[in-house]
Design a binder for this molecule. Structure first.
Ligand code: TMP
Length: 227
């Protein structure tokens, strides 16, 4: 059986607007009568949420080795994939996902500039997700100082929110490097704009890619360009 729904992921550093825009896209698709679900990759099942809580709790005591935390994030994600993402895609629903494997690659791989990890992780991801990749990944690119200000206005900061600006800068570069290696999958958006402006761009892009017939011309003209 083939996957029938589209798989769209949102990526970016903390405070880039993924959660708000995932909800927006899900609501937009519903308004167009497209069956869809909105999910957070490490919060889709009870097991995933428990693993995530363990990561948060342990990180508060001492930083977790990045290989260990990447395996934990992957385990949570795999459980969400098996029980929520894959069944929905095969039923024909679109899946709008807040983070996926690019996050582990950017946070745990690029944060430490660990090339061996990056290579091996790519194999693990094929094995774990049966070669199912997001059809589209919307990367929300934002200056780290602006993301920091947004995080601070949320009130409650978790242990990841308290990491340094230089850490976030490395992760941000990681996301950009990943996007440059897969230009067709990624849509890089300048997220330092009003939510309304970004929403309009997303709708336009979704319409171009999936609802209109001119995506081929669009791809040729826009490869790798940040919008
Ligand atoms: P969140 O954005 O889903 O709430 O993620 C919480 C923090 O965990 C955030 O700082 C990013 C970090 N994280 C990783 O380091 N690796 C991962 O694979 C994922 C999914 C998140």
């Amino acid at each position: 059986m083939n996957k029938k729904g589209k798989f769209i992921t949102f990526e970016g550093i903390d405070g880039s607007g993924k959660t708000t825009l995932s909800k927006f896209l899900s609501d937009y698709l519903t308004s167009q009568n497209i069956p869809n679900i909105q999910v957070v990759d490490t919060k889709g099942t009870s097991l995933a949420k428990n693993i995530r809580s363990v990561i948060m709790m342990e990180e508060q005591k001492a930083p977790i080795d990045s290989f260990v935390s990447s395996m934990l994030f992957m385990a949570a994600r795999k459980d969400t994939y098996n029980n929520v993402i894959k069944p929905a895609l095969y039923e024909g629903k679109w899946v709008i996902c807040d983070r996926f494997f690019d996050s582990t690659l950017a946070y745990q791989g690029f944060e430490n500039q660990d090339e061996e990890f990056i290579r091996k992780f790519s194999d693990l991801r094929k094995f774990s997700f049966e070669n199912i990749r997001p059809d589209l990944t919307i990367l929300l690119n934002i200056p780290v100082d602006i993301s920091q200000r947004r995080i601070e206005t949320r009130g409650h900061l978790d242990v990841f929110d308290e990491k340094s600006l230089s850490y976030r800068e490395r992760v941000k570069k990681g996301f950009l490097t990943i996007s440059m290696n897969e230009k067709d999958r990624f849509l890089c958006l300048n997220a330092n704009k009003s939510t309304n402006d970004i929403e309009k761009i997303i709708v336009k892009e979704i319409r171009k890619r999936y609802f209109d017939n001119n995506f081929l011309n669009y791809q040729i003209n826009n490869k790798g360009r940040e919008i």
